[in-house]
Design a protein around this ligand. Structure first.
Ligand SMILES: NC(=O)c1ccc[n+]([C@@H]2O[C@H](COP(=O)([O-])OP(=O)(O)OC[C@H]3O[C@@H](n4cnc5c(N)ncnc54)[C@H](O)[C@@H]3O)[C@@H](O)[C@H]2O)c1
Length: 269
C-alpha cells in the first residue's frame, strides 16, 4: 500500500545531486529552490554571477544546500569542466535541469544570421552540451534524470519568435532522441514546455528602456494571455518548477522522452 511515507519518498531528493542551469533568474531560480527544498544538493549555473550568487544565498538561508557555478552554457569545455567538478565533489550527478535560455524576436524574413547563431548557441547547443556531459556520467553510474526546458512555442506556429521556437523544437527532438539512446542505461530524458510565465525574459514586453515596469503595458500583455487560457491565468515560476521536481524524482520513474506542458491549457497535445 502507498502511504504518506512512500509518497514522500518518491518525491524526496535527499542525497541526490542536481545541476540547474539558468538558476540566476525566473524559472531556473525557482527550480533550484524547489529541488533544494526537496533535499538535493544543487549546483546553480548561470552566466550572471551576481544573480546566481543571490539564488545560492537564498537557498542557504532557507536551510538548503547549493553551490554557485557561474558559466556560459554555450561554452562546451566549461560545461564539461563543471560536470567533472560535480562528480569530483560528490561522486555522482543525479539530475540535470537545462533551463538557461534567451529570447529573440524577428520575423522569419528579417531573421539575422548572427542572431540565429547566438540563440542556437545558448538554447540548443547549451542544452546539448549539458546533455552530453551529464548524460555520460549518468550512463556510467546507471541512472539519472535530465530535464530540458522547451516551450509551448513548439506546439504551434510562433510568428515573430521563429528563431526561438526553432531552438525549442530542436530541444524537444534532442530530448526524444536521447531518451531512446540512453533509456536502457536507466537514464531518463524529458522536456517541459511552459506557457507564458512573467520573468525577466518576458519582461521585455512591458519594461521601459530605463528598466522600470510599465504597469499599463504589463496589464495589456498579461490580461489577454490569461483570458485565452482555459485556466484563465498566466503561469508562475512554481508551476514549472514543480513539473521539474516531478520529472527529477522517482515519482516519474516510468517517464522518458515526454513533453510535460504546464501552460494553463493554451495548447494541448
Ligand atoms: N518565461 C516564459 O514565459 C517561458 C515560457 C516557455 C519557456 N521558457 C524557457 O524557460 C527558461 C527560463 O526562462 P525564464 O523565463 O526564467 O528567463 P529568465 O531570463 O528569467 O532566466 C534565464 C536565465 O538564463 C541565464 N542565461 C542566459 N544565457 C545563458 C548562458 N549562455 N549561460 C548560462 N546562463 C544563461 C540568464 O542569465 C537568466 O538568469 C528558458 O529556457 C526559456 O526559454 C520560458
Amino acid at each position: 500500500m502507498e502511504d504518506a511515507a512512500s509518497v514522500h519518498r518518491h518525491l524526496d531528493l535527499g542525497g541526490r545531486v542536481a545541476v540547474v542551469t539558468g538558476a540566476g533568474s525566473g524559472i531556473g531560480r525557482t527550480t533550484a529552490e524547489v529541488l533544494a527544498g526537496a533535499g538535493a544538493t544543487v549546483w546553480c549555473v548561470d552566466i550572471d554571477e551576481g544573480r546566481v550568487e543571490e539564488t545560492v544565498a537564498a537557498i542557504g538561508d532557507a536551510g538548503g544546500h547549493a553551490l554557485t557555478a557561474p558559466l556560459d552554457v554555450a561554452d562546451r569545455s566549461a560545461v564539461h569542466v563543471l560536470v567533472g567538478d560535480v562528480v569530483a565533489a560528490h561522486g555522482r550527478l543525479d539530475v540535470l535541469a537545462n533551463i538557461a535560455g534567451m529570447a529573440s524576436e524577428a520575423k522569419i524574413l528579417d531573421l539575422d544570421e548572427g542572431e540565429l547563431d547566438r540563440i542556437m548557441a545558448v538554447n540548443l547547443k547549451g542544452v546539448l552540451f549539458g546533455c552530453q556531459a551529464a548524460g555520460a556520467v549518468m550512463v556510467a553510474q546507471g541512472g539519472g534524470s535530465i530535464i530540458n526546458m522547451a516551450s509551448a512555442a513548439v506546439l504551434a506556429p510562433s510568428p515573430n519568435v521563429g528563431a526561438y521556437a526553432m531552438t525549442k523544437a530542436a530541444v524537444w527532438q534532442l530530448t526524444k532522441t536521447m531518451a531512446v539512446e540512453v533509456g536502457k542505461k536507466g537514464v531518463r530524458v524529458n522536456a517541459v514546455a511552459p506557457g507564458f510565465v512573467p520573468t525577466n525574459m518576458t519582461a521585455r514586453y512591458y519594461v521601459r528602456p530605463d528598466g522600470t515596469v510599465d504597469e499599463e503595458m504589463k496589464a495589456m500583455v498579461l490580461e489577454p494571455m490569461a483570458k485565452y487560457a482555459p485556466l484563465r491565468r498566466v503561469g508562475e515560476t512554481t508551476d514549472i518548477a514543480y513539473c521539474v521536481l516531478y520529472l527529477a524524482s522517482d515519482a516519474s520513474s516510468f517517464m522518458t522522452g515526454q513533453l510535460l506542458s504546464p501552460n494553463g491549457g493554451v495548447a494541448m497535445h
